[in-house]
Design a protein around this ligand. Structure first.
Ligand SMILES: Nc1nc2c(ncn2[C@@H]2O[C@H](COP(=O)(O)OP(=O)(O)OP(=O)(O)O)[C@@H](O)[C@H]2O)c(=O)[nH]1
Ligand SMILES: [Mg+2]
Length: 459
């Protein structure tokens, strides 16, 4: 980490200001090479963390690049814990790019995605779960997911995991003491206590794991797939929910051929809504690929909205939809209810008992509100306020918690069958390590690379 890194931290496009950032030991020297202040001659003399007015110039020929504000932040009280310089120039494409190029020509290299945050982690300012929360904050699509991510950045997960890890360490210390000073009586006490402790730890891990389903939905949106045979009104429904003409709608069956994914917020519930190609047996190659994609999406769906056309008799294609949704979390729409009906709820109810069915006429806007309310009720029993801020939203954390749970469970089984203490210790240590990976105390370079490569450049 000896080199200095630089990147544009604001998004590229028309904007009031743009920010270019440098981090590293010689960021201050680079800043001084490029900056001509009005009153401050050198950044080194400038007051720590105080904005200074002046110009960025090309040191080769003195050409003025832009009028800026600049700030020098002395280590270690900075985002990366290194010396940092931030330049606030005019927004837009040109100024930020030229300033970045000058910085790169004068001693810094272009930062990799997430590299500022990676340095913050490597320098001990954030633990890994906090660093991961940073990208979730940037990507948050609803107030709730933002709130949860912010609390993770402030350490909600770290604190909870640290507490559990301390309890595990106590168990390990207890085991080692008993191994070192063996005595039959003490050993029996040890087994009883280990049983109690491991059960408590299992409960704690389980409590966190139980939040993961909801956490994933908060973070990524409820994966909702609109499914039905061609021409039943799927794309019309997508447009109605989005309240815009996003997808092409025609009366030609087979209009939608690819997957269309959009985000929408229904009373705070983030929905990733996916319109699909109408399911049918077809010889058309492109349409067939669309149908396969639709079926793929079903596998990962949290919710299926199955659309049927009540103005037409049910066909074999409808029956294949019925087969697909059986046993899955679905809401059934009886669409085109403005037209004369060929059948009604009762008929479909026999085939799909216990499914919520709603009469809709997407074209007239009937039933959309009921659908939205139903989605809300299904997932949050009407209440989406986040009561607890310790919610697992990150799948890596969930995986680690799952592993930790399994290891502690196998430890408990070993305790209950009076397996020798040193064998029990192995499971418990594994559990401890699984949890350590959440805060990043025991993760390899490859995992770090993967995590930070998902970041945007400049963060
Ligand atoms: N009468 C009536 N027509 C509707 C309703 N909903 C959709 N339509 C019409 O049905 C036709 C098909 O609508 P789409 O939304 O394109 O149907 P789709 O299910 O996406 O069709 P594919 O993309 O081909 O699978 C269009 O002409 C719509 O205007 C409705 O509630 N009532
Ligand atoms: Mg369509």
């Amino acid at each position: 980490m000896a080199d200095s890194i630089a990147a544009i931290s604001t998004s590229i496009g028309e904007a009031g200001i743009g920010i270019v950032r440098i981090s590293g030991e010689n960021s201050i020297d680079i800043g001084d090479l490029l900056f001509r202040g009005k009153s401050v001659k050198s950044l080194k003399e400038s007051e720590n963390r105080k904005l200074t007015y002046g110009h960025i110039i090309d040191p080769k020929d003195g050409e003025v690049i832009d009028e800026v504000l600049i700030v020098f932040m002395r280590k270690p009280h900075t985002y990366t814990r290194e010396n940092m310089v931030e330049i606030y120039c005019h927004g837009g494409i040109i100024s930020v790019k030229r300033i970045l190029e000058l910085i790169l020509d004068n001693g810094a290299r272009l930062a990799e995605p997430g590299e500022f945050t990676k340095r913050a982690f490597l320098n001990g300012r954030l633990d890994l779960s906090q660093a991961e929360a940073v990208i979730d904050i940037i990507r948050a699509k609803t107030d709730e997911s933002f709130k949860v991510s912010l609390s993770q950045l402030e350490g909600s997960i770290s604190n909870e995991v640290r507490r559990i890890r301390e309890d595990i360490l106590k168990m390990i210390a207890h085991i080692e003491a008993s191994i070192d000073f063996p005595d039959e009586d003490i050993e029996q006490i040890t087994y009883n206590e280990l049983e109690k402790d491991s059960k408590a730890i299992l409960r704690d891990i389980k409590r966190l794991l139980d939040t993961a389903d909801r956490g994933r939905i908060l973070r990524d949106g409820l994966n909702t797939v609109i499914l039905g045979k061609p021409n039943v009104g799927k794309s019309s429904l997508l447009n109605a929910i989005l309240r815009e003409n996003r997808a092409i709608v025609t009366d030609i069956p087979g209009t939608t051929r690819d997957i269309i994914e959009e985000y929408v917020n229904i009373d705070g519930i983030p929905l990733k809504i996916i319109d699909t190609a109408g399911i049918r047996d077809t010889e058309d190659l492109v349409e067939k690929m669309g149908v396969d994609r639709a079926k793929d999406k079903v596998e990962k769906a949290d919710l299926i909205i199955a659309v049927f056309d009540v103005s037409q008799d049910l066909t074999e294609d409808d029956h294949s939809i019925i087969d697909i949704i059986r046993g899955r979390r679905s809401i059934v729409l009886l669409n085109k209810s403005d037209l004369p009906r060929k059948w009604d709820k009762g008929y479909l109810n026999k085939l799909l008992p216990d499914y919520r069915m709603i009469n809709t006429s997407v074209i007239e806007g009937v039933g959309i509100y009921e659908l939205e309310q139903e989605i809300k009720n299904m997932f949050y029993a009407g209440d989406l306020e986040v009561e607890s801020n310790v919610i697992i939203t990150n799948m890596r954390h969930r995986d680690q918690l799952n592993k930790a749970y399994k290891n502690m469970k196998s430890g408990l089984e070993a305790i209950l069958s009076n397996v020798p203490l040193d064998c029990i210790e192995v499971d418990i240590r594994n559990c401890w390590e699984n949890l350590s990976a959440i805060s990043g105390d025991a993760v390899g370079e490859d995992i770090l690379d993967r995590i930070f490569s998902e970041f945007c450049i400049g963060k």
